[in-house]
Ligand binder design. Sequence first.
Ligand SMILES: [Zn+2]
Length: 321
Amino acid sequence: MRKIVTVTGEISPEELGSCQFHEHLLIREGRSREINDALFMDSWETSAEEAELLRKAGGDSLIDAQPGGCGRMAEGLARISRRTGLSIICSTGFHKMIFYPEDHWIFRESRERIADFFVRELTEGVDNHCDHEISGETAEQKAGIIKCALDVENLTPQYKKLFEAAAEAAQRTDRILLIHIEPGSDPLQLLDFLQREGMPADRQVYCHLDRAVSDSGVHRKILETGAFLEFDTIGRYKYHSDEEEIRIFKKHIGGGFGKQLLFSLDTTRTRLSAYGPTEIGLDYIRRVFVPLMEKNGVTPEQIGDIMRGNPLRALVGKENT
Ligand SMILES: [Zn+2]
């Protein structure tokens, strides 16, 4: 049986409930903030208020997609989880290279050492002090999934090294890859590469294609392999309306891929209402987007798949649900 590992321990598949599959509740001060001030929220108490909103709206769980070495705050996430009862899965793995200073370990360490690091974070405990060097600490919290990111330069030697390490760690631990896709990068080339590295397609989740890749033929090719797509251009009107987002969901549901779709908000500071009262808030999907889906003809059963069934299928596999 595949495990669901949260920051406060293992949970059973029944306990996962509804899950927002790619969020950010906490990000520590660092390079991310230097690039974008919205990529900084380091108060666990403020973020707990936000988590509470989601709980009140009926949310059960989420994945925090900030990887170790890049401002992840696993201890804070555990506090939020204990205070609110929200199950939180945290990430090992790697983000886009622009989020790391030049002297960061991610550029220096070998594929083997990085794979071992990911495995250790998944099985023994995360390193809460690894934003510059790997400290070797194994904290109480464990990572549950492996976050990866593909940027426009695609599979350079550095990204190849990291994706090989992630694929190896995923297979050694039987966990999934949650993959950030940047506009202009090539997810199909990556999928092919990862399959050749031994990663089954249905253990890979491709994120943000609803804004990163406008050609729905590319979405379809990925879905045909059995991989999952996570969409989160929801309440982000500078990209497109929620109605347009629902049109993308409906297209893939109509194509027979309704059991491979996930949703989330990919929050930053400027989308969390506990940090700014006029922001949409972590409960936006349940408060606004789901009712709008229903109004636009997505059935409760189809919504239930995206909200509950598919997260479980992605994390523990078809045979276990
Ligand atoms: Zn993200």
